[in-house]
Design a protein around this ligand. Structure first.
Ligand code: 13P
Length: 251
């Protein structure tokens, strides 16, 4: 029943220029473990094409960190789905808390971005996560449910084959403070149950749900051994080849 994919995805955020990205890929290709886990890397836009060319012979997928919701137009500084596809990208991260927080991306916009991505046959890693005050106020389950509902609940059942979810509690991102395996599992299970209610247990069982937030080589295995955690979306620890490889091996 459970055939969902194990995935380790690197989100490089605004780190690594072209030369630094190239160095990383040279080492990664050399040391990549033989694994069934899917390895995804999301570099900056400026490295996408080169990253795709460098890794195309290897089991490494290049992912974009953002997309614009319109197909084309006078949107200075933005990048469209077609542009991403033209440089080999097949998947995009949408809904990251940094986009929500620093770029004002709200539920309606994220829903539009998901629609545009799927319409253009781009897969999506959709991020959800609560802030510390929401967890302290015990509203985190409601918040996660509403983030899922507002962006993803009008999708068709078949669209879910193109979706990976990433639960990233905002208080754990870049802070060194990780959700405990139990806290993460509790939320991943809740997410899966929420999807099951809306789309059926077969859809819920087949969607990969990644954990993100201070994943490191020394905490990865405890997180990934939880039944509803299917891998990780890794920021800081994905910038260095050895720690990234150790995290891949921990799945
Ligand atoms: P860190 O691993 O640096 O906490 O970042 C997590 C993240 O935001 C991945 O998208």
């Amino acid at each position: 029943m459970n055939q969902r994919k194990k995935i380790i995805a690197a989100n490089w955020k605004m780190y690594k220029d072209l030369a630094e990205a190239n160095d990383f890929f040279t080492f990664l290709i050399d040391k990549l473990p033989d694994t069934n886990t899917e390895v995804l890397i999301a570099p900056a836009f400026t490295s996408l094409w080169n990253a795709f060319e460098t890794t195309r012979e290897y089991p490494i997928e290049i992912v974009a960190q953002n997309i614009h919701q319109e197909e084309k137009g006078a949107y200075t500084g933005e990048v469209s789905a077609a542009m991403l596809k033209s440089v080999g990208v097949q998947r995009v991260i949408i809904g990251h808390s940094e986009r929500r927080e620093y770029f004002g991306e709200d539920d309606a916009l994220l829903k539009a971005k998901v629609k545009t991505a799927l319409k253009n046959e781009l897969k999506v890693i959709f991020c959800i996560g609560e802030k510390l005050e929401q967890r302290k106020a015990n509203t985190h389950f409601d918040l996660i449910k509403s983030q899922l509902q507002s962006a993803l609940f009008d999708l068709n059942k078949s669209d879910w084959e193109q979706i990976v979810l990433a639960y990233e509690p905002v208080w754990a991102i870049g802070t060194g403070e990780t959700a405990s395996p139990e806290q993460a599992q509790e939320m991943h299970q809740f997410i899966r149950e929420t999807i099951a209610e809306a789309f059926g247990s077969d859809t819920a069982a087949s969607v990969s749900i990644l954990y993100g937030g201070s994943v490191k080589p020394d905490n990865a295995q405890a997180l990934f051994s939880q039944p509803d955690i299917d891998g990780g979306l890794v920021g800081g620890a994905s910038l260095e080849v050895d720690s990234f490889i150790d995290i891949i091996k921990a799945v």
